[in-house]
Design a protein around this ligand. Sequence first.
Ligand code: G6Q
Length: 552
Amino acid sequence: MASLQHSPAWQALQQHFEQIKDLHMRDLFSQDPQRFKNFSLHFGDILLDYSKNRLTQETLNLLCHLARERQLDGWREKLFSGEKINHTEGRAVLHTALRNRSDKPVYIDGEDVTPEIRAMQTRMSEIVQAIRRREWRGITGQPITNVVNIGVGGSDLGPVMAYEALRPYAIHDLKMHFVSNVDESQIADTLEVIKPETTLFIVVSKSFTTQDTLVNARTARHWLVAGSSNPNKVLQHHMLAVTEKQAAAEGFGIPASNILPMWDWVGGRYSLWSAVGLSVAIAVGMDYFEEMLAGAAAMDDHFCNTPLEANIPVILALLGVWYNNFFNIHTYAVLPYDQYLHRLPPYLRQQDMESNGKRITRDGVTVNYATGPTIFGQLGISGQHAFYQLMHQGTQIIPADILAPVNRHYDIPEHHRLLLSNVFAQTEALMRGKTPAEVEVELQGEGMSQEEIDLLLPYKVFPGNKPTNTILYSRLTPKTLGTLIAMYEHKVFVQGVIWDINSFDQWGVELGKQLARQIMPELGTHATVTSHDSSTNGLINYYKSLREPVKD
Ligand code: G6Q
């Protein structure tokens, strides 16, 4: 296969880009009254409108040609069939098996993993029901009222995002907490509002070696067992683990019956579908959790069986490639207009940036093209009053996904229509902009003199031509959430295939961890540190000079 930039499809796209790069979307819309129809897709109750992008039918054809040329079909087959496509770690990538609703076997090294998955789901279901029915009791016989998920990265961002997204489905007499930060403030604040007798901790760590998680788990254990004559019994009632390393969790004091499995073929940032989602299942119940899995499975089916031109994750991925590699735009915004999706941007930031923040191809060569972009975002409605200024009138172009529910969870008049009017207004404004002639007429209408108009006009012009995808869905149900998350997972996968990188390892998070392990003992002494560069030495020594005595 030709290297990416020398491939015929890439070259054709490069030529095509030169022809269309200056087209304005205003003109594309006025030339084609069917543009919305031609560039939008439906899946279930989800609509993807991608007509407000800088593309023509030819762009789309060439992008799909690129995907075919990069053998997307073959890679998709490898993903779903359990081939070890995470080649740097020698692992299969089978988070899709966790939501496979059929009983079709899924083999890894010749062994069907479906029975193990079903056993995990059965155990999850038993735990969820026992807690929700108040049958799982604390050591003093009181029911559990607070659940604390201790985990970080992939063992935190997915659960907290999904829990927040599904709050309308959660029971109210169980409070969920998420502790991820080694900064003791987070666990200290959490412990302040809960009681040991009524709290259950879930320590989520695939490796059971992550220092951030272990230090929080030790603090939680200490708090739980303080003054107890039978710490093992306390942990039996108050601490669970989700991990691949059962022995390490048992060594920590968590009884085997309280440990749910993980597998090396599930990457941390793709693990929400496993027992890593236990906190979500406890909050919303196993039925809704399974609906979320079903929503994801439906998207898996769409991804596997829909022609590329109508395949939602494929289209999203190709648009990303179009901007990243041809327009040289390396930023991308996720802007939900749905309060319950307020944790989606940080979740997708990890999913995308940890997966495709790579610069070495599958053949070990350094790429000479851009790979994963910088992802940022927050609730769109708040962003409008803040950073949208740069999106409208700054010097950069930031393509954005705008997500919004058509229907609301609460029946309070006025709010939802106001919210949605902003969704439509923003995408229109970003696309159309405002021309000097339009500004002039507007200012004249306000009664301004020509002199005042001349002064103000350049500041009031909006260039427009800013791309957005609008994703509308009926309501954020568990099923819709599952579908949307799987859609983004597959989008990231497709981009990894095009860029010829391994989206499933994350060596880049290692170096800082290694150095922290070296620095930790240096912080425990009074000796001046000289073993690093002058900045790092200077910072450590400044820390030592100001540090107040603490018990460690
Ligand atoms: C995700 C990453 C990373 C990981 C955390 C927690 O894909 O690998 O975010 O999830 O470092 O790891 P543990 O679950 O092993 O504690």
